[in-house]
Design a protein around this ligand. Structure first.
Ligand code: SF4
Ligand code: SF4
Length: 412
């Protein structure tokens, strides 16, 4: 409860705080943060739980920056905001510069408020996977009278046909494209192609040796396990100090559990950390609406009732958004349990904790991304801590989402 108190106080203080933005006025940020700390201290609240305790409690929250999303400024700002909102893990592309950006965001957040550090996770793939692709097209090939639906539909602002987005060349801005595929579907002239890629195991191993990388996620499409085993053989020497190993998989029908067991048998000799199964219901659809979350909940229901599933926490992803918690509650799957009541049983068999938590991707990026875009257009600033007013707005959005799982709200 102490952790929840802390977050309640934190959120309430944020709501009551009215910030006046002074450009680069760091003293304003510091002052407001001191007020937050004072409120927190008065209530004798504690810091949020450690990430693995959140998994055991069933209230783990992961921010998915995107396995292919490499916009360093956005990754930094998202990591900063969601660290302050209390997420347990930040999942980012397996790229050194992106990992640096995520860690910088976390460090800046912790300099503002001494909150516990979320784990940093990097994501790789064993085969073709929607999360590991980029769209591309040649804007010179586009008919001049095209109404440019690709530009309008892109959730990542990754398409600019007239160079409106800063200094970017017209076309797809590769760093921002995370492969959702929506532009491919709307182009009336079939001009857009998607290029898949795989993260290199050797380069990933180097990243895994870093002190500031805590977790690895392997995305698999579930078609077969040969490529999964091959990737694992390339990584197994580097995973010794990891705190968490996650496998992200789609629902592949009745053979899902046997596939999970097969993958677990490949992994189990080498891992000494926590393990987690990411149930990828409907990849990259969380920002679409209420319906998008149904598939991840249906996936969770099937897995929760399977007796023969391998050990490991279960965590939802793919279509997760503001409606996911409500859906889990309706199905009696969402459980928030106090550490004292349930720690022991969770440790004995973590797989009995129905759902370890939720990962939010597109939806989490969208609600904070709106604030980031607004800040950029209103102030020209790029680092969110430089604009206290926008920082406050972004944290409030993030707290509303994270709070649904952590059982706190921003309402006083
Ligand atoms: S719509 Fe999706 S796939 Fe197309 S450019 Fe934007 S992020 Fe990439
Ligand atoms: S929708 Fe297709 S043809 Fe039209 S601008 Fe976009 S890529 Fe070009």
């Amino acid at each position: 409860m102490a952790a929840l108190n802390f977050l309640c106080c934190h959120a309430a203080a944020l709501n009551k705080t009215h910030l006046h933005c002074g450009k680069n006025d760091k003293s304003v940020v510091r002052k407001k943060v001191e007020e937050l700390l004072l409120v927190t201290k008065k209530k004798k609240a504690a810091a949020p739980t450690l990430p693995h305790i959140s998994l055991q409690n069933g209230n783990w929250v992961k921010l998915i920056c995107g396995a292919s999303f490499e916009d360093l400024v956005d990754v930094r700002n998202l990591s900063l905001v969601y660290t302050l909102a209390g997420v347990d893990c930040i999942d980012c592309a397996a790229d050194g510069a992106v990992v640096n950006a995520a860690n910088e965001g976390i460090d800046v957040a912790r300099a503002i408020l001494p909150i516990r550090r979320p784990w940093v996770m990097i994501s790789v793939n064993d085969d073709e996977d929607l999360h590991f692709r980029k769209a591309e097209f040649d804007p010179d090939d586009c008919p001049i009278d095209c109404s440019r639906p690709c530009e309008k539909i892109c959730p990542a602002n990754a398409i600019s046909l007239q160079g409106e987005l800063g200094s970017f060349q017209p076309g797809v801005i590769t760093e921002r494209c995370y492969g959702c595929g929506r532009c491919l579907q709307v182009c009336p002239y079939d001009k857009i192609k998607a290029t898949s890629y795989a993260r290199d195991a050797a380069a990933t191993s180097i990243l895994l040796e870093r002190d500031d990388v805590d977790a690895l996620e392997i995305h698999t499409n579930g078609r077969q396990t040969d490529s999964f085993e091959e990737l694992w053989n390339g990584l197994r020497e580097s995973v010794k100090h990891l705190r968490l190993l996650a496998v992200s998989l789609p629902y592949i029908g009745d053979s899902t559990v046997s596939l999970m067991n097969k993958m677990h048998s490949i992994l189990e000799c080498d891992i000494s950390c926590w393990n987690l199964w990411q149930l990828d219901g409907r990849p990259m659809s969380g920002d679409i609406g209420r319906g998008a979350t149904r598939e991840s909940i249906a996936f969770a229901l099937r897995l929760a009732s399977a007796d023969d599933k391998p050990p490991g926490f279960l965590q939802l992803a793919g279509g997760t958004n503001a409606h996911t918690v409500e859906g889990l509650r309706k199905e009696n799957l969402f459980q928030t349990r106090s550490i004292c009541e349930n720690l022991e049983s969770s440790l004995v068999s973590s797989s009995n904790a129905l759902i370890g938590g939720i990962a939010y991707g597109g939806y989490a990026r969208k609600i904070v991304g709106r604030v980031l875009s607004r800040m950029e257009s209103e102030t020209g600033l790029v680092h969110i801590e430089s604009s206290p007013e926008h920082l406050l707005m972004a944290i409030t959005e993030a707290l509303n989402l994270v709070g649904g799982v952590k059982s706190y709200t921003t309402s006083p």
